[in-house]
Write a protein that binds this ligand. Structure first.
Ligand SMILES: NC(=O)c1ccc[n+]([C@@H]2O[C@H](COP(=O)([O-])OP(=O)(O)OC[C@H]3O[C@@H](n4cnc5c(N)ncnc54)[C@H](OP(=O)(O)O)[C@@H]3O)[C@@H](O)[C@H]2O)c1
Length: 229
């Protein structure tokens, strides 16, 4: 029997690219609000809104080998234009909803299991207009490292910190050729990310190939976090 992987999100964006990479190797469960993007794919869909629903773990296998949390936001505005409500909303989606789901599922995680989370390049590298999203994703990084320490060696927990990646979430930042060219130029590797770039890292972190890796933050970012060209 194939081992089970649960994705919160996975109906489009990076999560769907992960599903496409792993659905032959694992029994995949996707909990999301929509499922149109999953038509024809070999996945079990659970209708779920992370902001309002409690995950019904009775619809999951009793043991889970892999877990991925995909929902996230990009609210980019100058600090003076960000009100406290935006900070609260970003914190709620990126951090508190993640903590609530981890509380639900962590008891199902098996020996040698793996959890994968998403941060952003803007946590490690200060970027203007990112104060709200960077704060909430910074909370994710601290939380996940602590969980990785607390649950080692049973459960591994790692974080992917992407730079701009072409998904529905980033649509507004890449909706014309001028923006695409400008965003490509910002990255040392001269392109913005594709969903598959982070998906390959996630598939690796879910697999046994990464069995000696936990508590890490991986930049999948075209070099922007560490190179100054
Ligand atoms: N794309 C980027 O440029 C970029 C950059 C840095 C970091 N990241 C991070 O990488 C992660 C994945 O990003 P992405 O670009 O793939 O995002 P995306 O295109 O918005 O996809 C998000 C996925 O999460 C699900 N989701 C969103 N809100 C949900 C909710 N309330 N309840 C349940 N599921 C929900 C969506 O499905 P439904 O709508 O069907 O529910 C979808 O499957 C995020 O955490 C993001 O912050 C992305």
């Amino acid at each position: 029997m194939r081992e089970a992987v649960l994705l919160i999100g996975g109906s489009y964006g990076i999560g769907k690219a992960i599903v496409e990479l792993i659905d032959q190797d694992y029994e995949v469960f996707v909990a999301s609000r929509t499922k149109e993007g999953l038509e024809g794919m070999n996945v079990n869909h659970i209708p779920f809104d992370v902001l309002s629903d409690t995950l019904d773990i009775s619809s999951l296998p009793s043991v889970i080998k892999g877990f991925v949390f995909c929902p996230g936001s990009i609210n980019l505005k100058p600090f003076k234009m960000l009100n406290i409500t935006t900070f609260e909303e970003d914190m709620n989606l990126n951090f508190f909803s993640l903590v609530r789901v981890v509380k639900e599922v962590i008891g199902l995680m098996s020996e040698n299991s793996s959890m994968v989370f998403f941060s952003t390049v803007a946590v490690g590298k200060g970027m203007p207009f990112h104060s709200s999203v960077a704060a909430s994703k910074g909370a994710v990084e601290g939380f996940v490292k602590s969980i990785a320490a607390e649950y080692a060696p049973k459960i591994r927990a790692n974080i992917i910190a992407p730079s701009l990646t072409d998904t529905p979430l980033a649509g507004r930042l890449l909706n014309n050729d001028r923006k695409k060219e400008a965003m490509s130029q910002r990255h040392p590797l001269q392109r913005y990310g594709e969903a598959e770039d982070s998906a390959h890292m996630a598939a690796f972190l879910l697999s046994k190939k990464s069995s000696w890796i936990t508590g890490q933050v991986f930049g999948v970012d075209g070099g922007i976090s560490s190179l100054n060209l």
